[in-house]
Design a protein around this ligand. Sequence first.
Ligand SMILES: [Zn+2]
Ligand SMILES: [Zn+2]
Ligand SMILES: [Zn+2]
Ligand SMILES: [Zn+2]
Ligand SMILES: [Zn+2]
Ligand SMILES: [Zn+2]
Ligand SMILES: [Zn+2]
Ligand SMILES: [Zn+2]
Length: 290
Amino acid sequence: MENLSTTFHPKHVLEEYGPVHPNDGAKICIICETCISSRPNYFYCRVCDFFFHKECHTTLMESNLTIDRPRTHEHKLTFIRKTNSFNCDACGEVRSKKMNMYACLPCNFFIHRNCIYLPKVIKLTCHSHRLFHTYHVPDCNTGCSLCFASFVSGCGGYMCINKTCDYKLHSYCATHELIWDGRDVEGEPEETSNSEDVTSLKDVDGNTFRHFSHHHDLLRFCVDGEDEGDERICQACILPIDFDSFLGCKECGFALHDTCASLPRKMEYQFYRHPLALEVDIEEGFFSCS
Ligand SMILES: [Zn+2]
Ligand SMILES: [Zn+2]
Ligand SMILES: [Zn+2]
Ligand SMILES: [Zn+2]
Ligand SMILES: [Zn+2]
Ligand SMILES: [Zn+2]
Ligand SMILES: [Zn+2]
Ligand SMILES: [Zn+2]
């Protein structure tokens, strides 16, 4: 351990520590907000009682504590070397006791280091339109469409490009790793969903049908209540076919409930990053992620 002061935190004398002791796992770097044990060397300020990685400190100082005109703001941003307890303009959150914000003072603009790189335009499977990031979510009477909590007045979030939807999300809800695929689709053409691709069942001539999962023609049959011996199993949902009409193969035992046969091949599931694809299996029937 040696004592030194840095230009990053000049007021106090810092203690420098070498490779981290396993017991230090719970300590968090005040700059990058990850565990101190994630990088080899760190500083400790006993007066302020905070830790930061040597590497994080070096990177910051090398950048002169500034980021020049990032995509999110038209001016140079400067790192604030004080723990902050004010709202981030991009996400509305306050993460107190952290040193993680940049500012453009002429604009009175404050933003978390992580929020500087928030995507501009995203597409989530839980909503049919694209969402764009805005620094001002209007009409704070309604909350986030995912978590239903309210927005901080005058702060940013994501909104549907189609204003009539009134669909809006907190920045942290919209970019949560469970629902966002990590892609910024700004400037990319919209994927038009090809209806051929999502339709499972094709009508061949009014009587015969083709299902994408089977290589023979299918006919529509009615369940004959009398005939106990011929109880077919639906290959999509693996339940017996014991009511109404169903689609059955002329050449083999393959059969599907009418409703199961018309399930789309791709289904957008509310809380999943990718659309799910229908797979029909002789043993099991299920939707799975492709
Ligand atoms: Zn760090
Ligand atoms: Zn200090
Ligand atoms: Zn933020
Ligand atoms: Zn500015
Ligand atoms: Zn919409
Ligand atoms: Zn939310
Ligand atoms: Zn079925
Ligand atoms: Zn068949």
